[in-house]
Design a protein. Structure first.
Length: 196
């Protein structure tokens, strides 16, 4: 459990309140944007370290997506409350994350095999972690490139929403297969246990 990748992921989780404090406690949109962007950019670090040093763990495979969802969900909701992002962008992103989280919990409760994150899901997360810090910067009066930042934020956000719902559709057959495999594996294990 105490591997370097898991520690990195845990640190990322612990820094989420710092983002909230910067945005609302310090009223520092630029600082909050940089913090959110840094936490999003370091998403690949824990996975890269895990693969390089052969420290891939089941805990890490669960903890990393949880950290991503908490970071994205907290970031989007806070930026929506701040008024820096329109609801027409924020609600589809949050809605998708809620649907995925509920589906993961339901599949786990039904005994499905764990599902890995798809490339489309990773692209959606990456796009969102670019777009939302830019929305924040575009509302910071001290930032001189507010117009270009907002234009880029809108473009990348729409791409992220597209990838997000494409990946959601792809998860349906993947989830069904994972449920079949999980149940088959559990049934096989029960059968072997009965013969010993």
């Amino acid at each position: 459990m105490l591997t370097v990748p898991n520690i990195i992921t845990s640190v990322r989780l612990c820094l989420i309140p710092v983002f909230v404090w910067l945005l609302f406690g310090r009223d520092n949109r630029a600082g909050a944007a940089v913090m959110l962007a840094a936490l999003g950019a370091t998403d690949w670090v824990d996975g890269a370290v895990a693969r390089k040093f052969n420290q891939v763990s089941n805990l890490g495979k669960i903890l990393d997506p949880v950290a991503d969802r908490l970071l994205l969900g907290t970031g989007v909701i806070c930026i929506l409350i701040d008024g820096a992002v329109p609801a027409v962008v924020a609600i589809p992103v949050v809605g998708r994350e809620v649907l995925v989280s509920l589906a993961v919990l339901a599949l786990a409760a039904l005994g499905a095999k764990r599902i890995d994150v798809t490339w489309a899901g990773k692209m959606a997360t990456f796009a969102n972690m670019v777009a939302f810090p830019l929305f924040l910067l575009s509302h910071d009066e001290a930032f001189s490139l507010r117009g270009p930042a907002r234009a880029i934020a809108w473009t990348v956000a729409l791409v992220g929403i597209g990838f997000g719902y494409y990946s959601l559709a792809k998860y349906v057959p993947i989830g069904k297969a994972a449920l079949r495999e999980g149940r088959a594996g559990r049934a096989g294990s029960d059968g072997r246990g009965g013969n010993t």
